[in-house]
Design a protein around this ligand. Structure first.
Ligand SMILES: [Zn+2]
Length: 417
């Protein structure tokens, strides 16, 4: 079943979502804030049109459920998120919720009656920019939110995560390690559609990829290097230059990545912050203080653990060579999310039946789906062609490509649900 009839409604939805988040030069939908709430209200409006049950959990995540004929049967879950980074694009996250709603809308219009419940989730606060920790809503829903997360404060509001959740109608006191907030009953699988954050599909000329795995990551938001502030005339042998140590650390990590790439072991690393101390850096002062961030990601848990060991080795080497101390600071981690092999095959077959060409592809980024995979729930992820990457105002997904993802979901649900 293709979803041509759904496309005008989906296009109108994307326009309303863009208006909600309009924040030139891009889109900002703050997590746990009025704009994310407005996006949730749009989803609820569509759910009411479709006669879906609307529920929320203690983390203020939203669930839209199409009741099945056997309500005790393991439910199929689909979903993604509505929050964005500041001045981001319109499609990161939102595309996944819209694809799931369009699939359900088409199946209802065709008179389909699912055997088990189908639940569409809109998880809160997927982006790590708001509280320095990503995938917050899905972590809370699965009972794996780090215990200290509720006390984290957001820089712009000064409010804690717990206060933000309560403000959106949630109940932070009910969020605890090991306590699932998801709708009651067993879950058969979790499916997500998400724009690709790299140009692989653009390069291949294909609308969709069947994701083979979601990388886990290890993050250090503030690595501090301390050497010694010194006069610009100090001879080289006396220097303990923290900026040069930072540069050497970054270059050594890049060399590690190049070697892994050459060996065919997929990974990525990003140094997003890289700076001297702005309060005291000067043209004529050797920098004694340096700060950088590091995101290290890979698709295999053992590979990621080995990379972290290599990181520690490189840090020790650079510190010794440059006469500085390097403190990695707080560590956050997200688990590797392997995509279920059966779901990969079924999604590829569903696409093939519709004449939609796909290819297998590792996800460049972490997604809510990774938490489901790490929790042992069979997980499938469709990546949608998208130009100009994401987390910037220039995301450019074509609506027909989103409809291709929705069509694959509806075809999979028609056969499997
Ligand atoms: Zn996203």
């Amino acid at each position: 079943m293709t979803l041509a009839a759904e496309q005008p409604r989906v296009a109108a939805w994307l326009g309303r979502l863009a208006a909600i988040g309009a924040d030139p030069p891009g889109i900002t939908r703050h997590a746990f804030d009025d704009r994310e709430n407005a996006a949730h209200a749009l989803a609820i409006e569509d759910a009411e049109r479709l006669g879906l049950e609307v529920t929320r959990d203690a983390a203020a995540n939203l669930y839209l459920t199409w009741p099945g004929q056997d309500r005790a049967a393991p439910r199929v879950m689909l979903g993604s998120h509505f929050d964005s980074v500041r001045h981001g694009g319109n499609f990161d996250g939102a595309a996944g919720v819209l694809a799931a709603l369009a699939a359900v809308s088409a199946l209802r219009a065709a008179g389909f009656a699912p055997r088990a419940d189908i639940t569409i989730a809109a998880f809160r606060c997927e982006e790590a920019v708001w509280f320095g920790l990503g995938l917050i809503g899905s972590r809370a829903a699965l009972g794996i939110l780090p215990p200290d997360a509720l006390d984290r404060r957001r820089a712009d509001t000064g409010m804690t995560l717990a206060e933000h959740i309560a403000r959106c109608g949630g109940d932070p006191s009910a969020i605890a390690p090991g306590r699932r907030l998801l709708p009651e009953g067993p879950i058969r699988c979790f499916l997500e559609a998400h724009i690709e954050q790299a140009p692989s599909l653009l390069e291949a000329g294909l609308p969709l990829a069947i994701c083979t795995g979601i990388p886990g990551n290890i993050r250090h938001a503030a690595i501090r290097i301390v050497g010694e502030d010194a006069h610009v005339g100090l001879p080289r042998r006396f220097r303990r230059d923290a900026a040069l140590a930072g540069a050497e650390l970054f270059a050594a990590l890049d060399a590690l990545w190049a070697a892994e790439d050459a060996a065919g072991r997929a990974m990525a690393l990003t140094v997003g912050r890289f700076h001297t101390d702005t309060a005291k850096h000067e043209l004529t002062v050797v920098a004694g203080d340096f700060t950088l961030s590091l995101d290290l990601r890979a698709y295999d848990a053992a590979h990621l653990a080995a990379l972290e060991q290599r990181l520690h080795g490189i840090v020790s080497d650079v510190a010794a060579r440059r006469g500085v101390t390097i403190d990695l600071g707080p560590r956050n981690a997200a688990p590797v999310g392997p995509c279920d092999a059966t779901l990969q095959r079924e999604l590829a077959e569903a696409a093939a039946r519709l004449g939609i060409a796909t290819m297998p592809l590792g996800s460049p980024a972490s997604h809510d789906a990774a938490n489901f995979a790490a929790a042992g729930i069979p997980t499938g992820l469709l990546l949608i062609r998208n130009a100009h990457g994401s987390h910037n105002p220039h995301e450019a997904m074509d609506t027909p490509d989103l409809m291709a993802a929705a069509s694959v979901f509806s075809e999979w649900l028609r056969v499997e649900a």
